[in-house]
Design a protein around this ligand. Structure first.
Ligand code: 164
Ligand code: MG
Length: 339
């Protein structure tokens, strides 16, 4: 779990449990395409005095890791509002590890996006599949488009070097989490430095005990920061400031309520050199609001989202799943209360 306090972050805001549980809706949102093995995304959304907020750690995460996501939800609903420096945030298209033939249809879901993030290194697929997918994206975006790839730590150092060389001709903006550990990132970065390809760290920031270890080791050129896993907007801003590296805010496959939290984090960063991975409402067949944060002209607004009661009802998770989420919130709340 990320320790926000250890990185100089703000003390968590923890309202009493009955206040948190007073108005929890658990939803199960269908997706248009499988993404990181997920076809139905479960999330808990609830209302604090500052507006609607979201708690949606992936179901396989343990309580210690999930409690950082609860800290984020509570901070967004109960804590102070972030100071926003821009009203909208440019987003990238997110291309799951699909066949190259499916790429044009996926990109069409992100009107105006000039950047695409392409998933690679999917188990059961080959480097040829990745090359074909990236080629198809380059074909649609044209030479001016920006392409980044995300391996989710699934390569070893040699595989990463080999794959990056195979993909080099597509003019990559950066390679996200090619390998798992900070030491391996350092080595891959050293090996591809001469190619002028940047390395970004994602899991090494959001799943690390010390989210600043990457920056200290010089293991990446860019940090991927996510509001929920990093304990909230204020905590993520503190990590970004302490790291001193360019940051790309990305979604956690949140509903539009959580995406708005991410958009506010992005809008509060002092600089924004890269498009953000916050266009993922386009991967959902249904959301919690009639006005989901779908990209328009390649951007989404950095404004809070209020759900529609009809959609909360229509997308409500089954009773056993709702009970599971309420227990999870209760356990994570206990961990946060203990400090
Ligand atoms: O960054 C994007 O374009 C979209 C978000 C995204 O890729 C992710 C969201 C949720 C879980 C992660 O496996 C994944 C990522 O690795 O960045
Ligand atoms: Mg990633």
């Amino acid at each position: 779990m990320t320790d926000a306090a250890a990185s100089g972050g703000p003390a968590p805001v923890v309202p009493a449990l009955p206040e948190v549980l007073a108005n929890v809706h658990v939803v199960a949102l269908p997706m248009v395409t499988k993404f990181r093995g997920v076809t139905v995304r479960e999330a808990a959304v609830f209302e604090g005095p500052h507006g609607w907020t979201e708690f949606s750690p992936f179901v396989e995460y343990g309580d210690a890791e999930a409690s950082a996501w609860l800290a984020a939800a509570l901070d967004y609903g109960w804590g102070p509002d972030a100071t926003l420096l821009r009203p909208t945030v440019r987003v990238n298209a997110t291309v799951p590890a699909l066949a190259a033939t499916e790429v044009p249809a996926v990109l069409a879901r992100y009107p105006g996006a000039r950047t695409a993030k392409v998933k690679v290194a999917e188990p059961g697929q080959t480097l040829e599949d990745d090359v074909a997918r990236v080629a198809a994206v380059r074909e649609v975006l044209g030479p001016e488009g920006r392409i980044r790839v995300d391996a989710n730590a699934l390569w070893n150092v040699d595989e990463a070097e080999h794959a990056i060389r195979a993909l080099e001709g597509f003019d990559l903006e950066y390679v996200e989490q090619p390998v798992a550990s900070v030491d391996e990132l350092v080595e891959v970065r050293r090996r591809v430095e001469r190619l002028g390809i940047l390395i970004a760290a994602d899991e090494s920031v959001r799943k690390a005990t010390d989210p600043l270890a990457v920056a200290r080791a010089g293991a990446a050129d860019v940090l991927i920061i996510k509001a929920q896993p990093l304990g909230g907007i204020r905590s993520a801003l503190a990590i970004a400031a302490a790291a001193g590296l360019p940051c790309v805010v990305s979604s956690a496959l949140d509903t539009s309520i959580g995406l708005a939290m991410g958009a506010q984090l992005a809008a509060a960063l002092p600089t924004q050199d890269f498009d953000c991975g916050l266009g993922t409402a386009a991967l959902f067949a249904s959301d919690v609001t009639d006005a989901p944060l779908l990209p328009v002209d390649g951007a989404i607004p950095a404004a809070r989202v209020t759900p529609s009661p009809e959609l909360l009802e229509r997308n409500a998770a089954p009773a056993d799943r709702r009970a599971w989420w309420l227990k999870r919130i209760t356990r994570c709340h206990a961990l946060l209360s203990r400090g």
